[in-house]
Design a protein around this ligand. Sequence first.
Ligand code: F1P
Length: 339
Amino acid sequence: MLREIYEQPDALRRTLLEEGNIEKVAKILSEKEYRFYLFGCGSSHYICLCGKSALETYAEVDAYVTPSSEFYEYPPPQAKSQAAALGVSRSGETTETVRAISKANQLGAFTVSITNTRESSMARNSKLAITVNAGEEKSVIMTKTFTTQVYALQLLALHYAQNRGKDVGKQLSQARKMPELAQETLTLGEKMRELALNCGSQKFIFLGGGSSYGASLEGSLKLKETSYIHSEAYHPLEFRHGPIAVVDEKTLVICLVPKRPSKEYVELIKEIKEKGANVLAVTSGANVPANQTLTTPGVDEALSPTIQIIPLQLFAYHYCVGNGLNPDAPRHLKKVVKI
Ligand code: F1P
């Protein structure tokens, strides 16, 4: 897992080599007025949430996200001929996502698969396919296939926007620097190790809104998968509506904070800290009243989940190892879930 976390800059570079194909897919999609439906399972579902944010921000299209199983069990009534269905799966073989692609085909949607596997059931059954070329991911726990698939969706959104005549040149050049930005982010490794080994917390909460919501869910999932610790993720202001009751001195709250957070988010951080929690802010430049702030490289907000997830992956890894567990042999998990 650790090796694959540190391979992310190279994996992102390899995804960038696929930009020509991503551009081609974006061109075909941009020829029609589609609504976008994105689905995946587990981490791949959260990748879709990050992708939704890029599609809505840059391409200004409606994008809906569901877990794959929900898509085929309760198909959205509008997922028909004017719909583009984007299925995300590292393996391209996860039963629910394969079924969701079939369901989308049946409904008449234009199907696109995003995977790390060139030959897969999903790619075969989709009209178009994007392979992220991250290299084999040996770990059951997704890390480099998370960042690269999010990155592919961000590039897709940017090229789609460009084809639609939107001025996203600045954001596209920033996106092309993602491998270097990921490299810079990895220097947070030692800080994350210290925090994971010394936090002494028993409850873990991740907060993130907008483009950071998917990354906060993924950060929380990494901790569950590696360390069997119960943790939860919320949209920041939703946390006030009940879950805040769990906060005490044994709670670590990791907040993904945009460069310019709302006044309400800043107040929430203050409030959680006053209730005794240890608050860690992950931000590219906001000044918030957390116990500790980790600074990540500055990047356009809709591109930020690719960067923000890296310290959370490192936290989960070090927390797991610090507790004498082996992240490469996670209990109850399989690399490809087939039902
Ligand atoms: C995704 C997934 C992971 C999870 C576990 C099993 O599969 O559900 O999110 O961590 O490793 O697989 P995939 O559809 O992306 O291959």
